[in-house]
Write a protein that binds this ligand. Structure first.
Ligand code: SAM
Length: 269
């Protein structure tokens, strides 16, 4: 049995690898345990590009938040927010508008506990433990309902989370339920592990994550694009992670398909 750290909620199963903490390890964070590190190492030995892919995802999140804040959005609902290792959403957005409100939502108690510690002094930020597979329950949580209530545009972030939602839980239905609760002018930023780019890696990688509480379902470009039904896709549409509004043309690199994740941002008319 793994000894617990002070910020880990009692009852957390530290012996079973967990997606939030594996991702933290990939990003170079310290909120992970031996079971998480062991699985991350196995995943990297199968697919050495993985840490680069995770950093590319996190860089997309940063650019998407900077873009949306630059468009005047001051409310963010970050679903599957994880452990805010580097560049938390509220820090990025508050650089543009210091009063920006952010609600972080994750179903992992460790991610939630650590996020609460990190933002406890910021009156504009709240953290909610909830499951995106129950969108109506999530929307009914007081901090989320308050964020949506006064009718200002809200950016919903579903970054690297829907691939942890199985087909049975109807991810397109979840996105549609969220979309219908959003005021006009709101936005969706989404990234998702795709079956394209490196189809040779999909099977082994999905098998590894089958050991966690959150198995992985990689999806096609058509399925990922369909999440934006009812939104107008912002240029350049749904593209590989580094291709979404790179800071410089060189930042894309010669093989963006190696990052395999697809990403996009849409606005609600
Ligand atoms: N969004 C952050 C980012 O892209 O940097 C973190 C992504 S991390 C790979 C995925 C997160 O989604 C984990 O923290 C995991 O706990 C969370 N997650 C997975 N399934 C979820 C669900 N059904 N409801 C809420 N959170 C979920």
């Amino acid at each position: 049995m793994q000894r617990s750290s002070s910020w880990v909620p009692p009852g957390t199963d530290l012996d079973r690898p967990n997606a939030a903490r594996i991702y933290d390890y990939f990003l170079g964070g310290s909120h992970n345990f031996p079971a998480d590190r062991e699985m991350a190492r196995q995943a990297i030995s199968l697919w050495p590009d993985l840490p680069m892919i995770m950093r590319s995802n996190r860089a997309f999140l940063r650019r998407a938040v900077q873009y949306l804040a630059g468009e005047g959005i001051t409310r963010f609902l970050d679903l599957g927010s994880g452990i805010p290792t580097f560049g938390a959403v509220h820090e990025i957005a508050q650089e543009v508008h210091p009063e920006t409100r952010v609600v972080y939502v994750d179903m992992d108690p460790v991610a939630v506990a650590h996020s609460r510690l990190l933002v406890r002094d910021d009156p504009h930020v709240e953290v909610v433990e909830a499951d995106v597979r129950d969108p109506y329950g999530l929307l009914a949580q007081a901090p989320v309902a308050e964020l949506l209530h006064p009718g200002e545009p809200v950016a919903v972030l579903l970054v690297a989370v829907l691939h942890f939602v199985s087909d049975e839980a109807d991810p397109p239905g979840i996105v549609a339920a969220l979309r219908d609760a959003l005021p006009p002018g709101s936005a969706l930023a989404l990234s998702h592990a795709s079956l394209e780019g490196r189809p040779d890696q999909a099977g082994a990688h999905q098998e590894l994550y089958a050991r966690t509480r959150t198995p992985l379902t990689m999806r096609s470009r058509a399925q990922i694009t369909a999440y934006f039904d009812g939104f107008e896709l912002v240029d350049p549409g749904v593209v590989y992670l580094p291709e979404w509004r790179p800071e410089t043309p060189d930042a894309v690199g010669p093989h963006p398909e190696r990052m395999t994740g697809l990403a996009g941002v849409g606005r609600r008319p």
